[in-house]
Design a protein around this ligand. Structure first.
Ligand code: SPV
Ligand code: MG
Length: 308
């Protein structure tokens, strides 16, 4: 089954009102497209650039990855303004949209409003808010995390919708009901409430090692709006299954961060052991690649144009 959503027509009516080239529009088109879409994690300007260069059409600005790359915990230790600062570097590096991990919105509905306003000013494509309590803890830590009440969370969604200046700015509502072992009917109830509150898409999170929960959810959901998933724990599931059950968008949420950790460890270990950089040199990016990633050629061209 492809992503054939009943609400697809609403996109074109919305589109008449907005700037067609904005990142919000690009992200919306991706999430609402009839093909399954893939969004790759990045956590700074450099990783965002690599995600773009390797062909992805959008970036996931992961809370786990951004905080870990700053040496901090995924527990709102990074303030929302610090997140926005990181996003600015990321957005400046690329021409594809960013879907931001907005955690719980960094507080109540009012913090959500400030956050969404600042994201819009930086031409961010959209944001995903989750129905946990502030301060949040990563979904893969502990058991039975307490969730926000449905009225509290739908209030945040409505606040985000009322604040966005571009109607295409995507608000993704994420339910942790399955992760918190509240059961399928609670997950469906929450997803329906968030959809009714105006969320553009629902992220259903699961920490099972198979996609059974997600498949069960999709059978009941019946394409009411796009569904986004994070298959970090059910990584063995073939993408064809996600396509068959009608998933809209898959987020590979932390794989650049984890890849960087492995690679940096190997290089550091090798150099420490060898007391030399000779072997390591053959296994790492060349300086030419480093300069290319930040577009040094452009400086040469600009110098010719502007420098006396
Ligand atoms: C993140 O990347 O920060 C996420 C996804 O929220 S997860 O770590 O799976 O909760
Ligand atoms: Mg997160």
């Amino acid at each position: 089954m492809s992503k054939s959503f009943r609400f697809i027509q609403s996109l074109s009516s919305v589109k008449d009102k907005i700037v067609k080239s904005s990142n919000a529009t690009k992200l919306r088109e991706l999430i609402f497209s009839t093909e399954i879409s893939f969004i790759m994690e990045a956590h700074n300007g450099l990783s965002a650039k690599i995600v773009e260069e390797e062909g992805f059409k959008a970036v996931w600005a992961s809370g786990l990855s951004i905080s870990t790359s700053l040496g901090l915990r995924d527990r709102n230790e990074v303030s929302w303004t610090q997140v926005v600062d990181v996003l600015e570097y990321m957005a400046d590096s690329i021409n594809i949209p960013i879907l931001v991990d907005g955690d719980t919105g960094h507080g109540d509905f009012n913090n959500v409003r400030r956050f969404v306003k600042k994201l819009g000013q930086r031409n961010i494509g959209g944001v995903c808010f989750e129905d946990k309590q502030f301060p949040k803890t990563n979904s893969f830590l502990g058991e039975n995390q307490e969730l926000a009440s449905i009225p509290d969370f739908t209030g945040k969604i409505k606040a985000a919708i009322d604040t966005r200046e571009n109607d295409d700015f995507c608000i993704v509502a994420r339910t942790e009901a399955l992760i918190s072992a509240l059961g399928m009917s609670e997950a469906l109830k929450r997803a329906e409430a968030y959809h009714a509150a105006g969320a553009d898409a629902i992220l259903v999170h699961s920490k099972k090692s198979t996609a059974d929960e997600i498949s069960g959810f999709m059978r009941e959901w019946d394409n009411r709006c796009p569904i986004v998933i994070v298959p970090t724990k059910y990584f063995n599931t073939p993408v064809s299954l996600f396509e068959d059950i009608g998933i809209s968008t898959v987020i590979w949420t932390n794989h650049n961060l984890r890849s960087a950790i492995t690679s940096m460890r190997e290089t550091t270990r090798q150099i420490y052991r060898d007391k030399s950089i000779r072997v390591a040199e053959g296994n790492i990016a060349s300086l030419a690649e480093v300069f290319s990633l930040v577009n040094m050629d452009e400086i040469d061209a600009a110098e010719k144009k502007y420098s006396a």
